[in-house]
Design a protein around this ligand. Structure first.
Ligand code: PMP
Length: 285
């Protein structure tokens, strides 16, 4: 990803893509002092841009990484970068991190906080699973308790669990992994939230120890508008036996049908298809 044309916004300057570099003694490289956002632009407009900027600021506050920009400034920076990219449909990555400075130990309060925005074309996150239904492994790694880490932040450190889970899944020929939470309840996939359908009702894990995705909230709103009952609750893994349909939601994943999780199978049913289509329409409205 580093060797291509284009520009990346770094601390207020549109920098040639290949020159957008940091020093090896960047605090974030050693101690994961970094928070970020993943967003998508459709037809030249970033979907729920303001919500993503607000979540970035929230993540910074949670991790004691004071972001030196306001939501308005972040909005303007993203717009500037999107225009410069020349792309209409694109993925937007805003990244905030502690740089190198006075501190090289665990503490980083005296090191500067940086912001960068990179935008590139990114198609379907799960490839052709988007049509057929993705196959998921069940991860051995659990989402941590809220007493362990600020689990509602989109923080780099939390993603090590996701990366290990996804690598293990890919080695088994799966596209992703479903993770349980620290209590053993169904939590989420490594970069997306999960929904199930049973008897015309939708069940989804209560987001009390993981990211309450912006796509998740959008999809819940769409389901309620259709008059469909949505139940947010703790879900035991064994309940997956009785669920008929399943899909994932996320900025990158959008609405992706799931065909299999471990030994449990799901059909890519009518509700899954209609929610995927409605979401597609909504983001371009
Ligand atoms: N959970 C995790 C771990 C994620 O990385 C993402 C993607 N940001 C989500 C859920 C979905 O969040 P959103 O819909 O806001 O993209």
């Amino acid at each position: 990803y580093d060797d291509r044309d284009g520009v990346i916004w770094m601390d207020g300057v549109l920098t040639p893509w290949r020159d957008a570099k940091v020093h090896i003694l960047t605090h974030a490289m050693h101690y994961a002092s970094s928070v970020f956002e993943g967003e998508r632009a459709y037809g030249g407009k970033i979907f729920k841009s303001r919500e993503h900027s607000e979540r970035l600021l929230f993540s910074g506050r949670e991790l004691d990484i004071p972001i030196p920009y306001t939501a308005d400034q972040i909005e303007a920076a993203k717009d500037e970068t999107l225009k410069a990219s020349g792309l209409k449909d694109a993925y937007v990555r805003a990244l905030c991190w502690r740089g190198s400075g006075e501190d090289m130990g665990v503490a980083s309060a005296r090191n500067p906080v940086h912001l960068a925005i990179a935008i590139w074309a990114w198609g379907a996150y799960y490839g052709d699973a988007k049509m057929k239904g993705a196959k998921l492994d069940i991860s051995k790694w659990k989402r941590p308790s809220p007493e362990t880490i600020p689990c509602f932040a989109k923080a780099a450190g939390l993603y090590m669990i996701c990366t290990m889970s996804k690598h293990a899944a890919e080695k088994k020929g799966c596209s992703d992994a479903l993770m349980m939470d620290y209590r053993g309840y169904v939590a989420e996939a490594t970069g997306a939230n999960v929904f199930f359908v049973k008897n015309g009702e939708v069940h989804t894990p209560k987001p009390d120890c993981f990211l309450n995705g912006i796509t998740r909230q959008t999809v819940i709103g769409m389901l309620k508008e259709k008059g469909i009952t949505v139940i947010e609750r703790h879900i035991e893994p064994s309940e997956m036996e009785s669920f008929e349909q399943c899909w994932l939601t996320g900025t990158a994943a959008e609405v992706t049908p799931v065909g299999q999780i471990g030994d449990y199978n799901f059909e890519v049913g009518a509700l899954t298809r209609s929610i995927a289509e409605d979401y597609e329409k909504l983001v371009r409205a």
